[in-house]
Design a protein around this ligand. Structure first.
Ligand code: FE2
Length: 397
């Protein structure tokens, strides 16, 4: 059997089998300026644009790339564009976690059959070089999943190699910042996970939705005893696609003495669920965080006391499970303010940015994994305390 017939057979068996995260689309107030923010601070290449100059009359799109991460920044050019109202309600943020599949129409039809609500009917965008088919369903709150299938010039492999346009109407973009970033890489490779905040009492609904509609499975489970401080708490369950290509933790606020960060997010997001953070994976946490800090990325600050106890907690867990202790220089980890956590499979290094826009909504996480497949549960307490300090500064506690 050839690869093509193998893939066709797999699709017939499961039209929702995911090939990749195609892109993550943000709705932003000014894509031209936001592109330079993400390029300068996070080292993204401003790879391609679609705007009035390329024949796009209703929106401007900037495709930012780094490793296998593709962020698509979209700004409406007309008041009637659906993004215009969303920006008014939510500010800048993530709209779409788009997923590459073999056949976007088949994936969409299967998802609808499984109970999904449509957001965008199948649409074919093509020219003489190839075709991109997109079809979108709603997920929690304002977020959607677009299924994308690509042929010819626009096949994802061609886009990844940097030789192809993202879609018809896109054009390659040249900028000195791209040359600078090529010489000074930040090492971000792909989206490790994408976390959604949903309303209180709705987490299990969306867990079930990812099982029923997308065929995802539960990956890990925390309860509010794990993830709480004296004041605020959350509940979180992690859903993963069949091939573990994408993990989608879902948070809901839990009862606490003070306002939880999930509640704060919802209040600044028109009480509407949405994406809370994207975790971007690196192989070298120290190098990436040092590069990002030097570019001005604003990370959450942890109290120095965090490092008084972290090594005992983490290294004893590792040794207990037959692993070597954390190999990176402990002093440098502290100097860079990186968080560490361990479980029975190994350890991870992670660090969270402050909000990426003026509202306390979306942020990024920079993560590297050394065996551990979890999400830094042991850091949640320290993290929440740090977050609460920030919330207090914003007058939102
Ligand atoms: Fe995370």
């Amino acid at each position: 059997m050839t690869t093509a017939t193998t893939t066709a057979a797999a699709t017939a068996a499961d039209p929702l089998a995911l090939h990749d995260v195609d892109h993550v689309r943000f709705y932003v107030g000014n894509a031209k300026q936001a592109a330079y923010f993400y390029a300068h601070t996070f080292g993204f290449r401003v790879d391609q644009i679609a705007d009035l100059t390329t024949g796009s009359r209703d929106e401007a799109d900037y495709l930012l790339t780094q490793g296998n991460i593709r962020l698509l920044l979209t700004t409406p050019l007309t008041k009637d564009h659906p993004a215009a109202d969303e920006i008014r309600r939510f500010g800048d943020g993530v709209k779409d976690i788009a997923l590459t599949v073999e056949d976007a129409v088949a994936a969409y039809e299967q998802a609808i059959k499984n109970g999904a609500e449509p957001w965008g009917e199948p649409r074919e965008i093509s020219d003489d070089r190839g075709t991109v088919v997109v079809a979108s369903i709603k997920t929690y709150g304002r977020a959607v999943h677009t299924f994308v299938s690509r042929t010819g010039h626009y096949a994802l492999d061609n886009v990844k190699k940097g030789g192809a346009e993202f879609m018809p109407v896109f054009k390659k973009f040249e900028s000195p910042v791209n040359d600078y970033n090529a010489k000074n890489p930040c090492g971000l490779m792909y989206v490790d996970h994408c976390v959604g905040n949903v309303e209180e009492g709705k987490m299990n609904h969306w867990v079930q939705w990812y099982e029923d509609v997308m065929g995802f499975k539960m990956f890990k489970h925390f309860d509010d005893k794990d993830i709480s401080t004296e004041y605020s708490a959350l509940m979180s369950k992690v859903m993963a696609s069949g091939n573990h290509l994408i993990k989608m933790p879902i948070n809901e606020p839990a009862e606490g003495k003070k306002k939880s960060q999930i509640q704060e997010y919802l209040e600044w997001h028109d009480m509407t669920p949405g994406v809370q953070h994207l975790a971007l994976r690196t192989d070298d946490e120290l190098k990436s965080v040092a590069a990002l800090r030097s570019r001005g990325v604003d990370f959450l600050n942890l109290p120095d006391s965090y490092y008084d106890i972290v090594w005992e907690r983490v290294n004893s867990t590792l040794i207990q499970h037959g692993h070597d202790p954390v190999k990176e220089d402990h002093t440098r980890i502290k100097d860079l303010g990186i968080l560490v956590d361990a479980d029975d499979e190994g350890y991870l290094l992670q660090l969270f940015t402050k909000p990426l826009q003026d509202r306390p909504t979306l942020f990024f996480e920079i993560i590297s994994r050394h065996g551990s497949q979890s999400f830094g549960k042991g850091n949640f307490k320290a993290l929440f305390e740090a977050l609460e300090l920030e919330q207090e500064r914003r007058g939102n506690l």
